[in-house]
Write a protein that binds this ligand. Structure first.
Ligand code: ADP
Length: 317
């Protein structure tokens, strides 16, 4: 549905905002574009939506080249920019009718607007001035305008910034539901957001893609760096020595944390080896109860930091 090929963008000077970025997104996928501030996310969004030209490379939406055929391509895209383009002095209905005309939409108008309002659950505020709505509702109106014309692709730029926790959950649910009927790109710097909403995650840093993985697979990117935190009851020195003797264990670090009468240990396995069975066996042999075990550093936040570190190191070479 979306093909991005060797995209390069320079804003003048020598710095690359995007440096040879390529990816594809299939129909009905929900993909997260994740990266720290300044990574190039907005630049990429603005090129995809036809608001910005490229230095080189091309973008196809449903096979249509965004630069060669911007009007045709734009019809397939609904866009919610970080600042939703809503008019505070219009009622919700007035505003959505306005967007409907602007997009030259052909569906039966009132039915289409009713469908869109139902999809984002704003029918109950349809006659209210946008100015008087809460930020969460205003954001839904922003999503409604993106849905008008039933575009195949919907692009969200930081859709939950400034919302309260309840509103954030509501908007994320809404985006997840849209993924059933649309191809969705969600640009954000919030890891929990892509984790809860997206099937695939593209991580971008300094204008380059540093990861493009299924959300489930991303944890495996760092599998060669397997750390576990164990809480084990028993003699500390004996346990430390015992764990160090387990095949595949490369280091054991007693920690200052305790869980009741158990001390905690950070156990690191060598690349590609899962040391948990060996640790279980040695503890069972010695009668040391394992009270808890947890993977360390396999959450998205840690993965992200490692990936960014890795790409920074590679850039520095
Ligand atoms: P993000 O959305 O991930 O925060 P941006 O796409 O806004 O990143 O920015 C990528 C890089 O391009 C940054 O280094 C930023 O300073 C630069 N940049 C963005 N917009 C402009 C512009 N209009 N003129 C010059 N440089 C820009």
């Amino acid at each position: 549905m979306i093909q991005v090929e060797h995209l390069v963008k320079r804003y003048g000077g020598t710095a690359f905002a995007l440096d040879d970025v390529s990816f594809e997104i299939g129909e009905g996928e929900i993909v997260g574009l994740l990266g720290p501030n300044g990574a190039g996310k907005s630049t990429a969004m603005n090129i995809l939506t036809g608001y910005l030209s490229t230095t080189s490379g091309r973008v196809l939406i449903g096979g249509v080249d965004v630069l060669e055929n911007p009007l045709e391509a734009k019809k397939m895209i609904g866009y919610l920019p970080e600042q939703p383009p809503v008019y505070p002095d219009m009622t919700v209905t007035e505003y959505l009718r306005f967007v409907y005309e602007l997009k030259g939409c052909r569906f039966p108008r009132e039915q289409h607007l009713a469908d869109v309002m139902a999809a984002v659950k704003i029918a109950d505020v349809s006659h209210r001035l946008i100015r008087n709505l809460s930020k969460g509702y205003r954001q839904r109106v922003g999503i409604a305008q993106a849905l008008i014309g039933d575009p195949k692709v919907i692009i969200f730029d930081e859709p939950t910034v400034g919302l309260d926790p309840k509103q954030i959950l509501e908007i994320r649910n809404l985006i997840r539901n849209l993924g059933r009927r649309h191809t969705v790109i969600l640009s954000t710097h919030i890891l929990a957001e892509v984790q809860s909403v997206c099937e695939r995650i593209i991580i971008i840093n300094h204008g380059r893609i540093i990861a493009n993985e299924r959300a489930d697979d991303l944890a495996r990117v760092i599998e060669d760096n397997t750390h576990f935190r164990y809480a084990i009851a028993g003699d500390r020195n004996a346990i430390t020595a015992g764990l160090r003797g387990v095949q595949g264990v490369s280091s054991v670090t007693p920690m200052n944390e305790r869980e009741g009468d158990a001390a905690c240990y950070l156990v690191e396995g060598t690349r590609g080896v899962d040391v948990r069975r060996g640790v279980f066996r040695v503890c069972a042999e010695h009668g040391w109860p394992i009270l808890s075990i947890g993977a360390v550093g396999n959450d998205l936040e840690s993965i992200f930091i490692r990936l960014v570190d890795r790409s920074d190191r590679e850039n520095a070479r």
